[in-house]
Design a protein around this ligand. Structure first.
Ligand code: TEU
Ligand code: CA
Length: 561
């Protein structure tokens, strides 16, 4: 994170191409569809698009399983379409960041196809291992390993042709690349340079802290029990070395490109190291800590209520940890998470708009680069999925299979899916109150949320009190107010169960954010707050401001006298 990094004042908008806008009536979003909606993004005021994968892919994990890094999947269009999107975005002053998925490829990638041959030089491009002695496939108890993958029962997939297993931390269709092999690294850097030469402005790096595996796994020994356990496999000993080499070889800092590393299991300490500008590794990371608080165990499906102090306390730890060096990303929503207003807010008709606005106010007033997920600016909600047939995501279906096999009741599985499934984030963006919310003239690959008649971009654009209008104001504030960008963060009332209150201070200017993150009104403990006398109201969700209390989901941004 270079002190002068342009992305310190930028807001990034994530487009999940399959669900953004269809242009050819096949019910699947595509690149020309994105280009046709750039004015919406320009009006919102965002600076950067993070485009989830559009590369050639068998679509086992909706494009996070890549079979050709240098071509566009026909589902989404052509390289010419991508070049046109780039040009049209740049013409509007909007940058484009690609999704870099290089911890693994698709099992259909030519590299992996070749690697299946034990005699091939590509064999060492992936993690191939013989079975554990005494646990050969087909013998009793021949379980490859006790390490579960994200979307499959085991992290090791058996290949009958060679009688060996390969490592696949996500699905069997996503074999992990062996980054210990310098040929792999050079092939990745070469591809990245190819995209930079094409004009892209940076990369969001998928599970990038998994590229350095724990030493024993990297060293090539046979499969050891738990060797690929998800919790242990991240943040291996060579992570910094690989990231610095990538930065150098591709010229990421030299060309002032935006880099954000998605890092499951990352801690503040790791993030402070990796985003330290002197180390020239990454500009920022995505942490998973705050989106892992509403679960009772290591599993997202193990639901638990989330006390506000836990959430605001965690974000504060990241603010304090990266205050002097490094840089935060800020997000509540993405294509892997349920809709923020349903999860952290209150998506009832009475409170949806104000809770979406207040969550946005709180997030965007923290220090760091905010990420808006498509539809978050409209206050889009989770969908009324009530049966397993409503779900399509590989992670959702794998959970249903495994939980059923473990004897979990269907009702409990459906409750977990309804709260945490990634499908919620993948219903089509709601553009207007016409057929399929204007997303497609065909049949959408995933049904549009039935609430699209009330919740859509067209209605929002005409309503100065809409969630969209509030996001516009927050984004404008980040562009114009130095305190929002660089002010020191301090959390107040850390134990309050309803109020999220904090300050941002730069020089002799202090902004105070007052937010009631609950569905009941809250008294303001004025004696515990800085004096509000003479304070200037910058942005609020409600007109009438009672100086001693906040209505449900009311928030105010004040510049103190
Ligand atoms: O997600 C990283 C990851 O850890 C996911 O398994 C995520 O934690 C989980 O889905 C939350 O329930 C990245 C991509 O964002 C995700 O879409 C891909 O499925 C995954 O990597 C594999 O590429
Ligand atoms: Ca299409």
């Amino acid at each position: 994170s270079r002190p002068d990094g342009w992305w310190r004042s930028a807001v990034v908008y994530q487009v999940y191409p399959r669900s953004f806008q269809d242009s050819n009536g096949d019910g699947i979003g595509d690149i020309p569809g994105i280009t046709s909606r750039l004015d919406h993004l320009a009006e919102l005021g965002v600076d950067v698009i993070w485009l989830s994968p559009v590369y050639r892919s068998p679509q086992v994990d909706n494009g996070y399983d890549i079979s050709d890094y240098r071509d566009i999947d026909p589902l989404f269009g052509t390289l010419a379409d991508l070049d046109e999107l780039l040009a049209q975005a740049h013409w509007r002053g909007i940058k484009l960041v690609m999704d870099l998925v290089v911890n693994h490829t698709s099992d259909q990638h030519p590299w992996f196809v070749e690697s299946r041959d034990p005699a091939s030089p590509k064999r060492s491009w992936y993690y191939w291992r013989p079975a554990r002695p005494g646990h050969e496939p087909g013998t009793p108890g021949a379980e490859p390993d006790d390490s579960a993958a994200a979307f499959a029962p085991s992290a090791w997939t058996f290949d009958p042709a060679s009688g060996q297993y390969y490592l696949s931390m996500f699905s069997p269709g996503q074999p992990d690349l062996n980054w210990e092999n310098p040929e792999v690294r050079e092939a990745v850097y070469d591809m990245m340079r190819w995209w930079v030469d094409r004009g892209v402005d940076g990369f969001r790096m998928d599970v990038i802290n998994l590229i350095s595996k724990p030493h024993d796994l990297a060293s090539g020994g046979p499969i050891e029990p738990g060797s690929a356990d998800f919790r242990q496999i991240a943040n291996g000993p060579r992570l910094d070395e690989f990231l610095a080499e990538m930065n150098r070889e591709v010229g990421l800092d030299d060309q002032n490109l935006l880099t954000v590393g998605e890092m499951p299991g990352a801690t503040v300490e790791l993030a402070r190291r990796v985003t330290d500008p002197a180390r020239r590794e990454l500009n920022m990371v995505f942490t998973f800590e705050h989106v892992s608080l509403d679960q009772a165990s290591g599993s997202k499906w193990d639901l638990m209520a989330l006390p506000l102090p836990a959430l605001k306390g965690n974000l504060a730890q990241w603010q304090y940890g990266l205050a002097e060096s490094g840089w935060n990303s800020l997000y509540l929503d993405n294509h892997d998470q349920p809709r923020a207003v349903s999860r952290f807010g209150d998506d009832s008709p009475e409170h949806r708009v104000n809770s979406a606005k207040t969550l946005a106010t709180v997030l965007h007033l923290h220090k760091g680069t905010p990420y808006v997920y498509q539809g978050e600016e409209l206050g889009m909600t989770n969908s009324p999925f009530t049966e397993i047939g409503h779900y399509v995501d590989v992670e959702s279906l794998n959970h249903h299979t495994l939980a059923t096999a473990m004897g979990t009741a269907e009702a409990e599985i459906l409750r977990s899916l309804a709260a945490k499934s990634r499908d919620h984030a993948r219903t089509p963006v709601q553009w207007n109150d016409g057929p399929h919310a204007g997303f497609t003239t065909g049949v959408p690959w995933l049904p549009v949320n039935p609430n699209y008649r009330d919740i859509n971009a067209e209605a929002a654009r005409l309503d100065p009190a809409s969630v969209f209008a509030h996001f516009q104001r927050l984004i404008a504030l980040r562009h114009t107010d130095e305190v929002v960008r660089e002010g020191r963060f301090e959390l107040l009332l850390p134990e309050h169960e309803q109020l999220w209150v904090f300050t941002r201070t730069l020089g002799d200017t202090t902004l105070l954010v007052l937010a009631n993150c609950s569905s009941t009104s809250a008294e303001l403990p004025l004696d515990a707050l800085p004096s509000l006398d003479g304070a200037e109201l910058i942005l609020a969700t409600h007109d009438a401001a009672d100086p001693s209390s906040l209505a449900p989901w009311e928030s105010r941004i004040l510049r103190l006298a």
